[in-house]
Design a protein around this ligand. Structure first.
Ligand code: SF4
Length: 360
């Protein structure tokens, strides 16, 4: 007979690691409230302060042109498509200025895997943002770095070095999806492999570029795949300590290549989030996803192990078909944190608190 759920739940609170089998048992266990309460206790033991955090960032999509065509994506357009764009300098400057005026603490740059853009474009982009805003620049993801290196026939480390010199302060954590080869082959075989994603995350962290790890779940993966993903993140973190946070996103099928799939419901989302908190004993923060969760769900997630309500995104471009949650504002996250019984505090890109009191 296997280990009981109650014994498994004792382990993280006693400082013992969960095995993949135990993580899977928790993910498949129907007693959501028990798993959630344990994750919440684990979060409170690690983060004893009476507040929980949120952030406000300018979010710039520099291009939606992408050669990958992942089935889970509602954002990309193929090269030559009439809705494809590459941001202009004037659009970039206007977006940054507006976001700074609205109180952004950092700027996030993300985009598709453009088949032609040269490294100089990305260097100018980062330098322009830095010069215009003076803010922390969180730029690109491992998949984007792999693509830039491939298009420019360079080593990924050299690309990262050049972008860091241009003003890149940290790297985004998107594009991990679920880090198993079967899953990547099923949803986006032209995107970089899971091993390449991991390799670039490690290289960036070695250069002092901290990052986050994400997981987009609820499409074609199994629950075992989710645990394998958590296991890979935990192993990297043991070696580097470079992940500031883990962000589980639930898959939203609207406008994607998988419209028949039903998005994970509240039960599945909260259970996955709680198990992430318990499994990733070496990642400091677990944050919710403004992108895929309502303020009500974000508030609930703070009772299931999340300690950060996520990031308000001041968008340079309005892309409603690909950007749910874009209307979530500072006031919604402040409400969500208060409704969960905590004091809200604004943080910056590296999770340092920047407000004593949250304005509302
Ligand atoms: S998920 Fe990323 S890599 Fe895949 S198609 Fe969309 S923009 Fe391109």
């Amino acid at each position: 007979m296997g280990i009981s759920i109650d014994r498994i739940l004792e382990k993280p609170l006693a400082g013992e690691r969960l095995t993949p089998e135990e993580g899977l048992a928790l993910l498949e266990n129907p007693r959501l409230q028990v798993v959630g309460a344990t994750a919440q206790r684990a979060a409170r033991e690690r983060l004893t302060q009476p507040y929980r955090t949120y952030a406000v960032a300018a979010h710039v999509y520099y291009t939606n042109v992408c050669s990958s065509g992942c089935r889970i994506c509602a954002f990309h357009r193929p090269a030559g498509h009439r809705q494809g764009f590459v941001i202009s300098t004037s659009q970039l400057q206007a977006a940054i200025k507006s976001s700074v005026d609205q109180g952004a603490s950092h700027v996030t740059l993300s985009g598709g895997l453009h088949p032609d853009l040269k490294l100089g474009f990305y260097e100018r982009l980062v330098a322009e943002v830095k010069e215009t805003s003076g803010l922390h620049v969180r730029a690109f993801s491992p998949a984007e770095i792999v693509n830039i290196a491939r298009v420019n026939r360079m080593k990924e480390t050299d690309v990262l070095r050049r972008l860091k010199t241009a003003g890149m302060d940290s790297m985004g954590g998107d594009g991990a999806d679920v880090l198993t080869h079967e899953c990547r082959n099923a949803i986006g075989p032209r995107k970089c492999s899971p091993d390449a994603w991991i390799d670039v995350a490690i290289k960036a962290q070695a250069l002092g570029l901290c990052t986050e790890a994400t997981m987009m779940f609820g499409h074609l993966e199994s629950k075992k795949d989710r645990i394998l993903h958590l296991e890979r993140i935990r192993r990297i973190q043991d070696g580097t300590g470079g992940f500031l946070a883990f962000v589980p996103h639930r898959f939203l099928p609207l406008n994607t290549g998988l419209p028949e799939i039903q998005s994970p419901g509240a039960f599945d989302y909260l259970q996955t989030l709680a198990v992430s908190r318990l499994y990733l004993d070496n990642v400091p923060h677990v944050r919710t996803s403004v992108y895929t969760c309502s303020p009500e769900m974000i508030s609930l997630a703070m009772e299931f192990g999340a300690d950060d309500a996520g990031c308000v995104r001041l968008l340079a471009q309005q892309m409603p078909e690909a950007d749910p949650g874009a209307e979530t504002g500072r006031e919604h996250l402040i409400w969500a944190i208060r409704a969960a019984g905590y004091e809200p505090r604004e943080r910056d890109a590296v999770f340092s608190v920047i407000s004593k009191e949250s304005s509302d």
